[in-house]
Design a protein around this ligand. Sequence first.
Ligand code: CA
Length: 438
Amino acid sequence: MPALNETHDLNLRSWVVSANAADTDFPIQNLPFAEFRRKGSSEAFRGGVAIGDQVVDLAAAAQQGLFSGAAADGAQACAQPTLNEFMAMGGSVWSALRLALSRGLREGAAEQASLADCLIAQSEVEYSLPCSIGDYTDFYTSVHHATSVGKLFRPDNPLLPNYKWVPIGYHGRSSSIDVSGQEFKRPCGQTKAPDATEPSVGPCKRLDYELEVGIYIGKGNDLGSPIALDDSDKHVFGMCLFNDWSARDIQAWEYQPLGPFLAKNFASTVSPWIVTTEALAPYRAEFSRDPADPQPMPYLSSELNSSEGALDIKLEVLLQTEAMRNRGDAPAKVSQSNFIHSYWTVAQMVAHHTVNGCNMRPGDFLGSGTQSGPEHEEGGSLLELSRGGKEAFTLPSGEQRTFLEDGDAVVMRGWCEKVGAARIGFGEVVSTVLPANK
Ligand code: CA
């Protein structure tokens, strides 16, 4: 893993004053990457790094020649409308640019005057996808989600016997992944009510979100050459928040025997910022498996993975109905969870995905699967919170929900915090459901 180094120092302060606020997602210890341009402009998208409430324009910084060596090469690659080339360059370049930015943004830095010219307020920018996502794979790593959803779909047999041996996943579709702010039409499709004799086609009636984290592959691997468990960090560029929208009624009818298809590929939304693997280093945590469960097979097990394979990322979901939005009510919290409950680690997902020789390419994307915690209130989807649509819950506005209504906006947030390390955040991912095609 990337070692803790001077960029993680809790005592660092930035000359960008907003980066020193206790509750900012983007202190100088974070430095996540996105693609942005001025809101409403026809400027080219280019790479940027968040600091406080500002963005460092990496194209401008590269043009000014503010960095040298590998950091300069990295910044130059980030000047493009996707980060794929930068992500392909690997850990030494990612770290060199992070270090140069950390030093340049610190209080007292000689680069302050020139870097200040490269800042744009986040309130004045819009984002695109940070990279071109070639392939998208969705895992299913929360045993709590798998068990509670399994109970709804198969009451007698909730957790299938392979679950505790194989990091379950399926190949998704990248074309419908978009960045925060995405608005999409309620999907239509084939569904069959339990008491109906035949299926019908029409708008989804059980539209849901899935609270996930997303994992971006940086450096790829050659076809036929698996990524070993302990080499995963050399390949994983960073992580984001991910809402993997799901049509539960379409899913229930179509999923056997090959798994999800049209219930999942109509929209998925990522947060704009990629928090790097290096920035997350202070939040690595022990990974262990209940002694009563099968222990991970040798290719999914190592000392390193056991000592620091897990990640402590706090997650929450908020909902804002159209009526709330019209009244100016803030989104209301619906549930909270933590990626630390994941049954499989990021490294295990990567090692398993490539054990057969499958090649990953820069910009490939892995969804973690819905991250539900052990308690009912920690459900990462409405399917769980409403117990399969049987129990409506009431929002502070008095409105009730089992599944999503048109006009509902779902907000997800994530952050890491602990004593002795700087709190870092992921920002948020928000997206809104529009009415189905007539
Ligand atoms: Ca999913």
